[in-house]
Design a protein around this ligand. Structure first.
Ligand code: PLP
Ligand code: COI
Length: 339
């Protein structure tokens, strides 16, 4: 195998040995099977290409000190993919097919799970697409599900160092009761222009406001938002954000650490009162926020001046990573150990 510099992996695609596929045809899902092909051959009128019938997931596998491979909260990703299917009328993928395919893809590519010491992980990308031809706007009758994996380092190159976010009021990633709660490609296409603009301006990501009133914090481009004040973990309640499994986990861990939790709308002005802030997700883990600029309103909210993450964010980060890598007991059954 070509040598991989595990400690300096970025969040990108590295070819692995196999991906695993199952297709839905004549009312049935096929048994998940591995292939070495990185290509798919689909009809040019497939609904995924024209009408965006596409959903994906993102989860990770970690190698522990004990050499065992642990997959984090696979069941939650399977359930969220089912929600995405209902959201854009795709055939609902059975949990068993999702889990069997993920396990198989990780097992077959076990040599690509980064070593414990590297702090890297194997990113698992399940994808579901409508494949049958349709020229009228209608759901497909046939679907392809596949799972590929690739070793990754941090999504933001700074890792667990605070970085700045920007509010760009001229952009929304989703409509108030649109598809923002589903993990579908269209939401990410909708965010590309804003994301690019943010990067050009020197920010790490966009922080979206709620699309209806432009008053409340929604989420970051690839991750949920959270903030800390008075020993309280505060995270937005909104009908246009993705229900993050990392955020759900941090909420539980915060409660376990004796930190209060509030899930509620967060008006932008409240940013001025937070002691810590960050965005969280599978790829980003926790990316602490140094400051947030609202450029049109000429406002700036600062959370970290010394280049360090806040105390509670650090405790949460350490706790989450310890469970993922198997350094601490998995009290909630979040982890599937690969056999
Ligand atoms: N929000 C968006 C828009 C995302 O793309 C992601 C990434 O999956 C998240 C939040 C975080 O979700 P999770 O923690 O389940 O990865
Ligand atoms: C994830 O965190 O898994 C994501 O999907 C974020 C981004 C790569 C889209």
């Amino acid at each position: 195998m070509e040598t991989i510099d595990w400690k300096n992996l970025s969040f990108g695609y590295i070819k692995t040995d196999y991906n695993v596929r199952s297709s839905f045809k004549d009312g049935k899902w096929s048994t998940p099977r591995e292939t070495t092909s990185e290509s798919i051959d689909i009809h040019m009128a497939a609904t995924c290409l024209h009408y965006g019938q596409e959903a994906f997931e993102g989860l990770k596998a970690f190698k522990g000190k004990d050499g065992k491979v642990r997959i984090f909260r696979m069941r939650e990703n399977a359930l969220r993919m089912q929600a995405s299917c209902r959201g854009i009328l795709m055939e609902e993928l059975p949990i068993e097919i999702f889990e069997e395919s993920v396990l198989k893809a990780v097992k077959l590519n076990e040599r690509f799970v980064p070593p414990y010491e590297s702090g890297a992980a194997l990113y698992i990308r399940p994808l579901l697409i409508g494949t049958s031809p349709q020229v009228g706007v209608k759901p497909a009758s046939e679907y392809l599900f596949l799972v590929f994996v690739t070793p990754v380092g941090p999504y933001f190159k700074e890792g667990f160092k605070p970085t700045p976010l920007v509010i760009l009021r001229e952009f929304d990633r989703a409509a108030p009761h649109g598809t923002g709660t589903f993990k579908i490609g269209g939401n990410y296409a909708a965010g590309l222009v804003a994301g690019e603009k943010a990067h050009q301006m020197g920010y790490n990501a966009v922080l979206y406001l709620d699309p209806k009133e432009k008053k409340y914090i929604d989420e970051g481009g690839p991750a949920n938002f959270f903030a800390i004040k008075n020993n309280t973990y505060v995270t937005p309640l909104s009908s246009s954000i993705l229900p993050s499994i990392t955020n759900m986990s941090l909420i539980q861990l915060a409660e376990d650490l004796g930190i209060r939790v509030e899930r509620r709308p967060i008006p932008e002005e409240e940013l001025a009162t937070f002691e810590e802030a960050g965005i969280c997700g599978t790829a980003a883990v926790i990316s602490p926020t140094s400051y947030i600029d609202d450029v049109e309103e000429n406002k700036s909210y600062v959370f970290s001046k010394d280049g360090k993450a806040g105390e509670i964010s650090t405790r949460l980060y350490n706790k989450l990573r310890a469970i993922q890598y198997g350094d601490e007991p998995d009290a909630y059954g979040w982890v599937t150990v690969l056999e």
